[in-house]
Design a protein around this ligand. Sequence first.
Ligand code: TXA
Ligand code: MG
Length: 359
Amino acid sequence: MTTWATPAQIQSAAETLVRGELVAFATETVYGLGADASNPEAVAKIFAAKGRPSDHPVIVHVADAQAASVWVSEVSESAQVLMDAFWPGPLTLILPKADWVPSQVSGGQSTIGVRCPSHPVAQALLTEFSEQLIQVRGAENVRAVGIAAPSANRYGQVSPTQAAHVEQEFAELVAAGMPILAGGDSEFGIESTIVDLSRMDQGGSPALLRPGSLGRAVIEEVLGQPVLGQDAQAPRVPGSVKAHYAPRTPMRLWDAQALPQAIEDWLKQYGAGQLAVVASAVECEHLQAVLGSQSRVQCFAMPNHPQAYAQVLYAQLRALDALQMTTIYWANVPATEDWLAIRDRLQRAGAAFETEQSI
Ligand code: TXA
Ligand code: MG
């Protein structure tokens, strides 16, 4: 159990944001790398730190629906309904942006992603940041308050769910004084669900741009209409590039029933080295029975429920990287809606290595 950021640390981090510098902070999904969203130079520092292409928009984190309304051109009825039902919480809404919003935040697009995090540390930071901005600049000069924050990892790498992960990702920045506001292990463990509502005023449908812990079914129920999948016209979501969330160790996905044969083949192909196998506890037990005392294969058991699985997924990927195994073989999760977000992350993690024939 790590300790949480103190009020003094939160206050000092808010000062850092007001100065236009970066702050990493806990949220209920993953840790974020934040900057004052109304300050283009500060936002540019996020892109530089992550090594992220500048045409990829960042999410703006706000204290509540009221604060979100200033960043968007209009809070539509559908948006209001979803904000009322799920904010604060792990839901990002894509809406047409307000005219004044700097293009660095929207990645040059006409839309903006807004999210109201529920984590008390993120909420406290937003409150403190707002108060300090008003104090320093004067209320009449503060049009909108928001913290632009992607996940606090290098571009394409595994998202952080613990303060220690952020330290691993950005050791130099932390050494140079970047604060990390700790808030324990992230409750959900994977990034927020992203729903695009930006095309509804032209008769378009809501679309699920990134699956997350908040499932499509509950969103549809509250909206009273279907939420479609990604389509060609949907706003671009770089988290949706095919290879993403990748570990450094070559990783491949297998259906569980194909694993015993795949492992046998791997052992034949690789005369030396260690294979990590990640599967459910039952699958691990079965493999152990088949493999006997094979010391070159180590099985790691994952939880049986999607929520518990999501919570430990990224930490497991990082732990495996730290063990420096030769290869990771990962058992697919069920192809059902409740596993959708996890399947999505696993497929992207594995996609980074798809062209490597040998794994
Ligand atoms: O849970 C989360 O959402 C975390 C925490 C820190 O809040 N943040 C996060 O940010 O995952 P990031 O930048 O790693 O992913 C944000 C995703 C990106 O895929 C980005 O393209 C998409 O949201 N996004 C942001 N603004 C957008 C916009 N205007 N249109 C389309 N996609 C957008
Ligand atoms: Mg990310």
